[in-house]
Design a protein around this ligand. Structure first.
Ligand SMILES: Nc1nc2c(ncn2[C@@H]2O[C@H](COP(=O)(O)OP(=O)(O)OP(=O)(O)O)[C@@H](O)[C@H]2O)c(=O)[nH]1
Ligand SMILES: [Mg+2]
Ligand SMILES: [Zn+2]
Length: 328
């Protein structure tokens, strides 16, 4: 019999409606076939906005991708509504920084995704962790509890945190340093978190070789790169995944190749490119949760979020697990 992993404390349970370890009520839909995808990234990399708009897209694009999405707990519905939907759509504000010690903000958002093609449903558990939680091995180890149960990782990278992109931004007259996100201290730098992620996944897989868990290296905020990339950049072209209603490998390959050459040009010392060699299944994606840069508008949205390619890395993870149709 399959063991149910508690989405609150990640301990395995034989059966039951209550977790033996932490006492939380387990949603009755859990049957041990759950897949958890983790969303990891440095502070200000855009995790909260990404999760908010990804969940929105799971609902709004359901007809296109032939699935249906359903929140499994009242807490999930309330948290999404108050922290994400009202803030972004009703108030046109940005979501405030996730507080490292705020217990409520760190509660899991639990959804079920059912596929019209009869593929086994997946239960999605999203954790919106504060970026600080990944800035040292000890804290990350606690966070690794959910990485241990993860079937895939979306690793968010804010391109505006790369030194060469920041210089180009200021030099091109786009704005000053205050229009850019803060750069995390070296402990919490993108490159260091990426290396820690490889270590954690290796330990989980009990291997000293390359990590097998699929990792989507996902650039957030690509809306803010228009000054660097041309309009013909594949990240700005309409998504074939959307058009075809499935995962399209040639579209993903074009984006991946383009972003790897972007990294080769703008990531000093090619650190991320080098660390990607630790992963057997790693692909680059480009997304924007908001489709606009609120930093240049005193953190107010000019219009409701216009997500760009937010589903792409998620579709890839589903395709890697044979849940959705694919085309070349
Ligand atoms: N240009 C642009 N900026 C964005 C986008 N999403 C988020 N931002 C900016 O990035 C800031 C940080 O985004 P968050 O989603 O809070 O980042 P986070 O990774 O959750 O940060 P922590 O909670 O501190 O770990 C926001 O306040 C916005 O100013 C986007 O799609 N485009
Ligand atoms: Mg956050
Ligand atoms: Zn538990």
């Amino acid at each position: 019999m399959k063991r149910i992993i508690c989405p609150y404390c990640f301990e395995p349970n034989a059966t039951g409606r209550k977790c033996d370890a932490c006492g939380e009520r387990l949603p009755p839909q859990l049957d041990g076939s759950e897949m958890m995808f983790s969303i990891i990234g440095s502070t200000e990399s855009g995790k909260s906005h990404y999760i908010a708009t990804l969940i929105g897209q799971l609902y709004s694009q359901a007809h296109r991708f032939h699935w249906s999405c359903c929140a499994l707990t009242d807490e999930t519905m309330n948290l999404y509504d108050e922290r994400f939907r009202k803030t972004l759509y009703d108030n046109k504000d940005v979501i405030v920084k996730t507080q490292s010690r705020n217990v409520r903000e760190h509660r899991p958002l639990i959804y079920s995704l059912n596929f019209d093609n009869g593929a086994p449903p997946v239960t999605l558990v999203f954790y919106d962790a504060a970026g600080e939680r990944f800035s040292n091995q000890g804290d990350m180890k606690k966070a690794t509890k959910y990485l241990d149960s993860s079937s895939g990782v979306i690793f968010l990278v804010d391109p505006l945190q790369l030194g060469s992109v920041r210089e180009a931004f200021v030099d091109s007259g786009q704005g000053g340093e205050s229009d850019l996100p803060a750069v995390p201290l070296s402990d919490g730098s993108v490159s260091n978190i990426f290396q820690r992620l490889a270590n954690v996944l290796r330990a989980k897989e009990k291997t000293r070789g390359r990590v097998q868990t699929p990792v989507a290296l996902t650039f957030s905020k690509i809306d803010a790169l228009r000054f660097l990339l041309t309009d013909e950049s594949p990240v700005y072209l309409p998504s074939f995944h959307r058009r075809r209603g499935c995962f399209c490998y040639s579209d993903a390959a074009r984006v991946d190749e383009h972003l790897r050459s972007f990294l080769a040009a703008f990531d000093r010392n090619r650190e991320l490119l080098n660390h990607m060699k630790h992963f057997d299944r790693c692909a680059c994606f480009g997304t924007s949760a908001l489709g606009q840069n609120p930093k240049s508008n005193r953190q107010k949205l000019r219009f409701p979020p216009r997500p760009m390619r937010v589903l792409d890395p998620f579709l890839w993870l589903l395709a890697e697990h044979d849940r959705i149709a694919t085309v070349d």
